[in-house]
Design a protein around this ligand. Structure first.
Ligand SMILES: Nc1ncnc2c1ncn2[C@@H]1O[C@H](COP(=O)(O)OP(=O)(O)OP(=O)(O)O)[C@@H](O)[C@H]1O
Ligand SMILES: [Mg+2]
Length: 322
């Protein structure tokens, strides 16, 4: 990312302690205008706490600082907060209000004029296919519909920055797709987006950059492509054989390939050079007259990269060799 790009969010030594626990540990990063950045991490990694610190829900410790468009958050918090549209981990829509009432109430807080507010609400309901639910109580909405309402609420004051805490969590594939498509649409509109997710494919599909977070720290900050390239292996060869390998054959397979999994007749090989390994596997099967019944080559998923990183991080915490 070029340094001439405007910085939308910058954090300096973001730290949050809860008694003995350091939930966010000295985290510094920059998010540039127009970027979609994903924070990926296991439960309890500190993703939500990071978001709460950035958005002013938790008070910053003395040594921590947040800047929004290069302005100090704490001393300009009112202005800074108006830049954010937030979909929090726990929705702040009132369950006894209808969709319309929630949007109207939220809009009145921002001081948007009645005519303008009505126009914006209608546009958002149209965009998120919620028009037929306008007079439904929020508590009667399904999870997916509720999440779309949350997005409408976040967008009402037309903020340039969107902060979405697991916006697709618990949604079925088609509802998740609607949300993801909208996220990409927001990007086309020039918005800056920070999103947390557990879903690797989602991060791969929508993010320009991914922060991997574990135990309160960001342990990787890369583009999805770079993450995959950097953390070899790059491919997995999956195959099944007819019959069984002899002990000798198995030993040879293990010595010739990076065998990572074996289940009865199914094997997985991790490979940095799939073409060479496919040819070697072919030789091996001919040599031993082993019939390979199914074969599949897959690109190492971001999920594997993620697990690899987290495991190594945990090992280094324990002081093991990585
Ligand atoms: N208000 C709080 N008081 C005490 N501990 C907290 C509080 N909020 C979070 N924690 C702890 O801080 C750590 C980080 O929590 P956080 O909610 O930020 O994780 P997360 O990455 O969002 O996890 P998840 O994927 O489950 O949402 C956890 O160990 C959590 O129990
Ligand atoms: Mg969370």
């Amino acid at each position: 990312m070029s340094s001439s790009k405007k910085i939308a969010i910058e954090t300096f030594n973001l730290t949050q302690n809860f008694d003995e626990l350091t939930a966010v540990n000295n985290v510094s990063f920059r998010i540039y205008e127009g970027e979609i950045v994903g924070i990926l991490g296991p439960n309890g990694a500190g993703k939500t706490t990071t978001i709460r610190l950035i958005t002013g829900l938790f008070q910053l410790e003395n040594t921590s600082k947040v800047e929004i468009y290069s302005k100090d958050f704490t001393s300009n918090s009112k202005e800074a907060k108006r830049n954010f549209g937030i979909v929090p981990e726990v929705s702040n829509a009132y369950s006894d209000f209808t969709v319309w009432q929630n949007l109207k109430f939220s809009g009145s807080i921002y001081g948007i004029s009645q005519t303008e507010l009505k126009k914006r609400i209608m546009t958002l309901l149209e965009r998120f296919e919620l028009m037929n639910k306008i007079h439904s109580k929020t508590k009667s909405l399904s999870k997916g519909l509720k999440q779309r309402l949350n997005l409408c609420l976040a967008l009402l004051h037309e903020p340039p920055i969107l902060i979405l805490d697991e916006p697709t969590s618990g949604l079925d594939p088609s509802s998740a797709k609607i949300v993801r498509d909208q996220i990409l649409e927001f990007k086309r509109e020039g918005k800056t987006i920070l999103i947390t997710t557990h879903n690797m494919q989602e991060a791969q599909q929508v993010c320009d950059r991914i922060f991997i977070m574990n135990q309160g720290k960001i342990i990787a900050d890369e583009s999805p492509d770079n993450l995959r390239k950097k953390f070899k292996p790059t491919s997995t060869l999956l195959f099944t054989i007819e019959g069984k390998l002899s002990l000798e054959q198995k030993t040879e397979l293990e010595s010739r390939f990076n065998l990572i999994e074996e289940q009865k007749d199914r094997f997985s090989i991790i490979s940095n050079n799939p073409l060479e390994d496919i040819s070697n596997l072919n030789d091996f099967s001919k040599q031993h007259e082993i019939k390979i019944s199914t074969f599949r080559l897959t690109e190492t998923s971001l999920e594997e990269v993620f697990i690899h990183l987290i495991e190594n991080d945990v090992k280094s915490y324990r002081g093991d060799d990585v």
